[in-house]
Design a protein around this ligand. Structure first.
Ligand code: AMP
Length: 290
């Protein structure tokens, strides 16, 4: 079956009525398009685990805190549809902004506390925009499972919490980060990097590795772990660190001492491009090993 490309909510609902009536498992992969191998991994996993797969492609205006980022965000629907065809996606839902927001929104979803640090501290309104659009998409598609990348660790935690707090009947599935051979996490924004930018852009994933190694070697003081990572980043001209934090995996609060599972997450600016990345580190396993 070719992939159906659907622009309106009503058309998508009629398309989904048939698989739903046959009790098929519905999977959904929300994206903003410009699909790359990271998205492809989410789609491939959804394809394996679900009978019917919808990929949503929507550059959501209300989650952008900088207008220029929204303006220059890559939009390549035809190429994205071709990728979805290849991966045997059943439906691509690519609504217009007017279809999603026909009138001024008076209802939004705010996930508190989990959004206090990391990107939440630097991108005002961003996670409100994300949670609100994902809640809308869940209500439109009503999937059994939805797939999100661990690359956006805070987004993943926020969506998982929203689903628990508000009883959305959907299972949230996390998918590991896909990286280039040199460690750079794939991102639609990577295409803004010049060749020079591209070289320094790997600094963030290398700094995360430094932090991970320190923790694996037994360092439990987050300040010292951060110092080691920052010492590496400070050496690199052309990269500016927005944040580099070690937080707990549930509430995403900075930890005073490292124990159990923690997320080490950072955001950097390279030229005019903002890049984020993170690793989850299991520190207890190294305690036992010592
Ligand atoms: P985006 O189109 O950037 O909003 O991303 C759509 C989904 O793909 C989100 O759940 C992201 O976390 C996920 N994603 C983006 N980049 C990657 C990557 N490099 N590896 C795995 N998942 C990713």
């Amino acid at each position: 079956m070719p992939t159906s490309v659907i622009r309106s909510i009503s058309e998508l609902r009629s398309h989904l009525a048939s698989p739903r009536s046959r009790a098929l498992t519905l999977g959904m992969v929300p994206t903003m398009g410009a699909l790359h191998a990271g998205h492809e991994r989410l789609i491939a996993q959804a394809r394996q685990e679900c009978d019917h797969v919808t990929v949503t492609i929507f550059v959501n205006p209300i989650q952008f805190d900088r207008p220029e980022d929204f303006e220059r965000y890559p939009r390549v629907l035809d190429g994205d549809v071709a990728v979805c065809e290849q991966l045997r996606v059943d439906a691509v839902f690519a609504p217009t902004a007017h279809e999603m927001y026909p009138e001024r929104l008076r209802t939004t979803v705010d996930v508190s506390h989990l959004t206090d640090y990391l990107c939440g501290a630097f991108r005002p309104g961003h996670f409100r925009g994300v949670a609100t659009v994902v809640a809308k998409l869940f209500n439109i598609v009503q999937p059994d499972r939805a797939y999100f990348g661990e690359k956006d660790a805070q987004q993943f935690a926020v969506i998982r919490r929203m689903v628990r707090d508000l009883n959305f009947p959907v299972e949230i599935v996390g998918v590991p980060t896909v990286r280039e051979a040199d460690g750079l996490a794939l991102s639609s924004r990577n295409q803004h990097l010049t060749p020079d930018d591209r070289e320094v852009a790997t600094g963030l994933s290398r700094a995360l590795q430094v932090a991970e190694q320190r923790i694996q070697l037994g360092e439990r003081d987050p300040v010292r772990v951060k110092e080691a990572a920052m010492a590496m980043l400070d050496e690199l001209p052309g990269i500016r660190v927005e944040y580099f934090e070690i937080v707990d995996v549930v509430e995403l609060q900075p930890v005073r001492s490292i124990s159990g599972r923690v997320i080490v997450a950072g955001a950097t600016w390279v030229g005019g491009t903002r890049l984020i990345d993170n690793v989850t580190v299991e520190s207890d396993s190294t305690d036992e090993a010592r």
